[in-house]
Design a protein around this ligand. Structure first.
Ligand code: KG4
Ligand code: ZN
Length: 342
């Protein structure tokens, strides 16, 4: 039996989890900082790292307690060392190093993106290799071909904003709040996705993405229709039905592009297994549309349960287990990196 403690402090969630044999989640604790950042309409990095310092020990302790284990039961500690906010990453890495040093436990470094892909290994239904992976989160929107654990080829990435970032920015300009994804998804349910014809950047032939034009189109729509002034809480000014239509039409545009690109990747690579993960993959409409596309293409679509799509440490522990098995441990001189590819 091999139990790994996973730690992720890459952004604004302090997360710790205990996972057995890379696949069985014993505990998965996430302490989010929404209350701290929401009044600023986005994450304030300095506040995020300070909060991580306060929360890391209570969150790790809670994970150990929920799993019914002690530190000496661990085979290793897997920590996310990037990409992410450097001050935030530093807290998780320093804490993981301290545990490993004081208890003589193996330290494993995990790339956050590899963690997102590995979240599917925590599910009953897992894809066989090779498979495709679409990561759609607040910081990333990229498509990979995964030939085996550790062998990733990038097929496409966003040229500007990430899909989750577009959700967050549009939510802010509509005065809905932070984080934007769940808020837009909620009101979009009462809106008409065909009400406004927002642009879709399909970028012919390419598997890259672009969402900044869409964000600008929403802003221009709001200005053109004199619905409010950016920065003001226009959610209170605007007629609710119109707000719902804007949200639904924006969401339809994002999802159309994500689905079309994934379909294109399946055809181009001739691989009929695809994993959709990252915070935006918690979106119900995206999940449904991807499954429909999978049926049409006779491809298997694997989407982790929503709590494993958004940032968590179980996915870090799962990837960490595979690294540990391969003897790929990190030294106590491990340093986090804000920018890092897979
Ligand atoms: O993976 P994640 O938790 O953190 C990053 O690695 O970035 O993703 C967070 C992003 C945010 O932009 C958030 O607005 C978006 O995921 N998100 C959603 C939903 N839940 C979270 N976007 C659309 N629909 C959702 N239900
Ligand atoms: Zn993430």
């Amino acid at each position: 039996m091999s139990i790994i403690l996973g730690i992720d402090t890459s952004c604004d969630d302090t997360a710790a989890a205990a996972v057995e044999s890379g696949t069985r989640v014993l505990a998965n604790i996430v302490s989010n900082q929404t209350e701290i950042h929401k009044k600023y309409g986005g994450i304030v990095p300095e506040l995020a790292s300070r909060r991580h310092i306060e929360m890391i020990w209570p969150v790790v302790n809670e994970a150990l307690k929920a799993a019914g284990i002690k530190l000496f039961d661990l085979s290793g500690v897997a920590v996310c060392h990037g990409p992410g906010l450097i001050g935030s990453l530093l807290v998780g890495c320093s804490f993981a190093k301290a545990i490993c040093y004081s208890k003589g436990i193996h330290l494993v470094a995990v790339n956050h993106l590899e963690g997102h892909i590995s979240s599917i290994f925590l599910e009953e239904s897992k894809p066989s290799f090779p498979f495709l992976a679409l990561i759609v989160s607040g910081g990333h929107t990229c498509l990979y071909r995964v030939d085996r654990f550790g062998a990733y080829s990038e097929l496409g990435r966003t040229r500007d904003d990430a899909a989750g970032e577009a959700y967050d920015k549009v939510s802010k300009l509509l005065g809905l709040g932070y984080p934007g994804g769940p808020l837009i998804e909620k009101i979009a349910q009462d809106g008409n996705p065909k009400a406004i014809d927002f642009p879709r950047a399909y970028l012919p032939e390419s598997l890259d993405f672009s969402f900044s034009g869409l964000k600008t189109a929403v802003l221009n729509f709001v200005k053109r229709n004199q619905l409010g002034v950016m920065g003001k809480d226009i959610a209170h000014i605007m007629h609710h039905a119109l707000l719902n239509d804007i949200a639904a039409s924006f969401q339809a545009s994002v999802i159309d592009v994500l689905v079309r690109k994934t379909e294109r990747a399946i055809k181009k690579e001739g691989i009929k297994r695809v994993v959709i993960t990252g915070g935006v993959a918690a979106n119900g409409e995206l999940r449904n549309r991807m499954k429909e596309m999978g049926d049409k293409q006779q491809a298997e679509v694997f989407i982790p349960t929503p709590s494993l799509c958004t940032d968590n440490a179980a996915m870090i522990a799962s990837a960490g287990y595979c690294h540990l098995k391969a003897g790929n441990t990190a030294g106590l001189n491990l340093n986090p990196k804000a920018y890092m590819s897979l």
